[in-house]
Design a protein around this ligand. Structure first.
Ligand code: ZN
Length: 96
């Protein structure tokens, strides 16, 4: 049975859910590519280990630490990351 490509976005969502928490989004996805919010980097991710590999990089971990410090006293930073552009776009489309 051939692997269905349509399952990949579902898998990616499962993988990134392991890193994202209810109040912190670290990875987002468009269904094909994972985007790291911390490193502002695209991760081509067809296998779970590719995501793990990124999460293990020094760059990512230092960004994670930095984010932790910022989160304590920077509510705006949190808001920016919690309100994706798509949310504003949706409102815009409704008003149009
Ligand atoms: Zn990262």
């Amino acid at each position: 049975m051939p692997k269905s490509r349509s399952t990949v976005p579902t898998l990616i969502k499962t993988w990134i859910a392991l890193y994202n928490t209810t109040d912190e989004t670290i990875f987002t996805t468009d269904g094909a590519v994972v985007f790291c919010q911390l490193c502002e980097k695209k991760i081509v991710c067809s296998k779970k280990f590719q995501l793990q590999q990124h999460a293990d990089t020094a760059l990512h971990n230092s960004a994670l630490k930095r984010r932790g410090n910022e989160k304590k006293n920077n509510y705006l930073y949190w808001m920016q990351n919690r309100n994706p552009v798509t949310f504003l776009m949706r409102i815009f489309v409704q008003l149009w």
